[in-house]
Design a protein around this ligand. Structure first.
Ligand SMILES: Nc1ncnc2c1ncn2[C@@H]1O[C@H](COP(=O)(O)OP(=O)(O)OP(=O)(O)O)[C@@H](O)[C@H]1O
Length: 388
């Protein structure tokens, strides 16, 4: 959808901001450009809406070479969200959001109706906020209006330059999650600039890690964290990259441990025999619907179960469960939050096994091996991206 081919940008003073850059963003993909200040991220982004033209090379969007386009017309087709939002102070939130469709010729009433829908979509009730002016909003609310406005003309491509940089960390994470969800729902192609590796990881389908004027690695967050292509990337993503990887690695069925399973209504004696046969000290207890109820220690079943006792009489509830596919970070949090040292995992609502600290560790190792294999195997057609 967005394609850079051997693009170089030299400013008149001789600064080479971007040096022979080649990469491609697929349709519907969200790519984050991350790197330290001055490495050329913004210059890259501004070449997509022709706020800057390349010195050499070609930038194209949907197959169209941008050198052949009218910049003003192009910008109406490409949404642009920046940190300083740039809302018109004298226009209401609703009119700010309706600006571009109105410019494009949509009748005012229709443009406003669409604007109201978009405000709703970004979590601002149009009946409450629509008639306010930008200075009557919080920073986070202004950013939301910025996103709504960028979406108003329904552009296939969105460019976002540190859009959430000015809001506090809690609101920021909230906006990131909402935006990610919105982007997936709407299927927009997004190029997103940030200097924050956490943000890049949280949002990106793929991340381009910038060194000076060039991309050092272009890959999925899991691969960048699991197999940094260069020492520079390893340093940039941080010594705690193992921890960060917990956020981007999902729990898979193969990570789970099998435990003996008993039912709430099983006779205690029979359950005790089943555990003894497995030489197990505890079992997972499922309810009548095969959903996890909790666990039962073998000792409780064997010690003093009167005739007629069932597992229910000894079972201990444990309400934390996780679905297959949940990020390991969530699993780790759940493990730490419950004393049990394991957590029941569900596959489409049915009990699938338990995750233990050992399983968590194995899952991380699995992800590393898979990433390493993938990085060498999956050739990326980009000839200026080392390590890809
Ligand atoms: N108009 C200009 N004239 C000369 N040099 C420029 C100009 N604009 C940017 N630069 C230089 O080009 C390099 C890349 O700048 P750019 O704004 O693309 O970086 P960035 O990665 O977006 O940085 P930041 O995160 O600080 O915004 C920097 O060295 C910058 O000083």
């Amino acid at each position: 959808m967005i394609r850079f081919e051997h693009v170089t940008k030299r400013y008149p003073d001789g600064t080479t901001a971007v040096d022979d850059l080649s990469f491609e963003v697929a349709e519907g993909e969200l790519v984050t450009l991350v790197g330290p200040s001055g490495c050329g991220k913004t210059t890259t982004m501004k070449m997509v809406n022709r706020l800057i033209d390349p010195t050499e090379g070609t930038v194209s969007v949907a197959g169209e070479n941008l050198a052949d386009t009218d910049p003003v017309e192009l910008r109406r087709r490409i949404g642009y969200v920046i940190q300083q939002v740039g809302l018109f102070p004298h226009k209401s939130v609703l009119d700010n959001t309706a600006t571009v469709p109105h410019l494009l010729g949509t009748p005012r009433k229709k443009a406003r109706a669409r604007a109201a829908e978009l405000l709703d979509l970004v979590g601002l009730d149009p009946t409450v906020y629509g008639h306010r002016y930008p200075d009557q909003l919080s920073g986070g609310q202004r950013q939301r209006v910025g996103v709504a406005r960028a979406l108003a003309a329904d552009p296939p491509v969105l460019l976002m330059d540190e859009p959430f940089g000015a809001v506090d960390p809690v609101i920021r994470e909230h906006l990131q999650n909402e935006f990610r969800h919105l982007q997936r729902t709407l299927g927009k192609t997004v190029l997103f600039v940030t200097h924050d590796i956490e943000e890049a990881i949280r949002l990106g389908d793929r991340i381009a890690v910038y060194g000076q004027g060039r991309i050092e690695q272009f890959d999925t967050p899991a691969a960048v964290l699991g197999a940094p292509a260069t020492p520079y990337v390893a340093e940039f993503v941080g010594a705690d990259r193992g921890i960060k990887r917990l956020s981007v690695t999902p729990v898979e069925p193969g990570d789970l441990e099998e435990r003996p399973v008993v039912r709430l209504d099983d006779p205690a004696g029979r359950a005790a025999e089943a555990l003894a046969a497995d030489d197990a000290s505890w079992a997972v207890v499922l309810d009548g619907e095969a959903a996890p109820y909790g666990w039962v220690p073998a000792a409780a079943l064997t010690d003093g179960s009167p005739d007629g006792a069932t597992v229910r009489d000894h079972a201990r509830p444990m309400d934390a469960t996780l679905p297959v596919g949940a990020p390991l970070r969530e699993a780790f949090g759940a493990l730490l939050g419950h004393d049990a040292g394991w957590i029941a995992v569900l596959d489409e609502g049915r009990y699938a096994g338990v995750l233990t600290p050992g399983g968590l560790h194995a899952a991380l190792r699995r992800a590393t091996t898979a990433d390493a294999a993938r990085t060498t195997r999956e050739a990326v057609t980009l000839d200026t991206v080392p390590g890809a």
